[in-house]
Design a binder for this molecule. Structure first.
Ligand code: ACM
Length: 385
């Protein structure tokens, strides 16, 4: 439903991030940052003089609940735009609903790629903006024998397939590949740690998500495995998961993402100051939070330009929007609805923060189908900001 005839009505924005369940550790920062951006935009006068009004539900890390609440937002609540979803299983539950109701999902999470919908904007990293740089870094610094471990759903299977391809293309080996439930036990992670100890890969690549992340990293630490020699590399272990793990067990592990709290820019300093002032110093800002933050600014600019929340008009205008985000300037690519982002690799230090060990220094055009990207060749998509 569009509100363009009523000059005072707020722009309703659906907000679907899990405040409970296995991935709340990753999604609470995304909820925080969405609400922060909405507050800031409203504080600066709103969009075309009308405030943004969040309509928030807690889908509790469950794809069926995501689907149910997306139908409620788009079918009953008068919303056309939803910011939400972390796990790819939840995005895959919501996108068909957005397509059916002619709505738009703003998805601020890295994922496995190989997807397009004109009812979804993908503002987290595509594989050519994180895993290719990570594989390049690991092959250069640690070696070519990788051990893969993941949670039991679509993102880990697909992402481990890409990592396997990247290592095989560099004549490396996959030492083993294991999957665990989202609510994996400490005992199961202890067994995996023992298996890693026996097989001595050069590096572990983890696509485990949510609270299971701390279960794995703590088991790894307890088994006496040394991250300086065999680090766990990941795309999903952010500052929030590191808080759950604890700095002592997390130190030395590696993550690739477009944003870390340690990015040195005026935009990031302002973002962190506002985030910490609102949520407290000990609530982490993450790459998912930063994407949730900047996507709200991109959509606000699109709404302002369009003067309506009809999705066709919003999309035509979002491609014209650019925002100086904490990670660097971002914009949505009209060719594929993914976003130009700034790849980085970080390594956890003794304070539980990510020291930047590699930065692209430029935004990278999204290539979600990995059409023209191989190990060491990510730079083919660098474009000048
Ligand atoms: C994810 O499932 N896209 C982290």
């Amino acid at each position: 439903m569009s509100f363009d005839k009523d000059e005072k009505a707020p722009w309703k924005i659906g907000v679907l991030f899990s405040q409970t369940g296995v991935t709340a550790v990753a999604e609470r920062p995304q909820l925080n940052a969405t609400l922060l951006a909405i507050d800031q935009i409203n504080g600066a006068g709103g969009v075309a003089g009308r405030p943004l009004e969040p309509v928030v539900y807690d889908p509790a890390s469950d794809p069926k609940s995501f689907r149910y609440h997306a139908e409620r937002l788009l079918g009953e609540d008068g919303v056309t735009i939803i910011a939400g979803c972390y796990m790819s299983s939840t995005r895959k539950a919501v996108v068909p609903v957005a397509e059916q109701y002619r709505g738009l999902l703003l998805y601020p999470t890295l994922y496995e790629g190989f997807e397009y919908s004109d009812h979804c904007l993908y503002t987290g990293a595509a594989p050519n903006q994180n895993i290719v740089q990570l594989a390049t870094y690991l092959l250069e610094h640690f070696g070519d024998r990788v051990y893969l471990v993941g949670s039991n759903y679509v993102y880990p299977y697909e992402t481990n397939r890409i990592m396997s391809d990247l290592f095989h293309s560099a004549h490396g080996d996959v030492v083993d590949e294991r999957y665990v439930p989202l609510n994996v036990t400490a005992e199961a992670c202890a067994q995996i740690a023992q298996d890693i100890k026996r097989k001595q890969p050069d590096v572990v690549f983890s696509t485990i998500v949510g609270s299971a992340t701390s279960t794995l990293y703590r088991a790894y630490h307890a088994a006496g495995l040394d991250p300086r020699k065999i680090p766990i590399a990941s795309l999903t272990t952010t500052e929030s998961e590191v808080q759950e793990i604890g700095a002592e067990a997390a130190e030395g592990h590696i993550t690739a993402a477009p944003y870390f709290q340690t990015v040195d820019s005026p935009e990031n300093r302002a973002f962190l100051a506002a985030y910490n002032a609102r949520f407290g110093d000990d609530v982490a800002a993450t790459s998912g939070a930063e994407a949730a933050y900047f996507q709200m600014y991109l959509i606000a600019e699109a709404l302002e330009r369009a003067g309506t929340d009809r999705i066709e008009d919003v999309l035509a205008n979002v491609y014209k929007a650019e925002f100086a985000a904490p990670q660097g300037t971002v914009r949505v690519d009209p060719e594929n609805n993914h976003t130009y982002l700034w790849p980085r690799v970080g390594r956890v230090n003794a304070q539980g923060q990510f020291e930047l060990v590699w930065e692209s220094g430029a935004w990278v055009k999204p290539d979600p189908y990995l059409v023209a990207t191989a190990v060491g060749e990510w730079g083919a998509h660098v474009a000048k900001a």
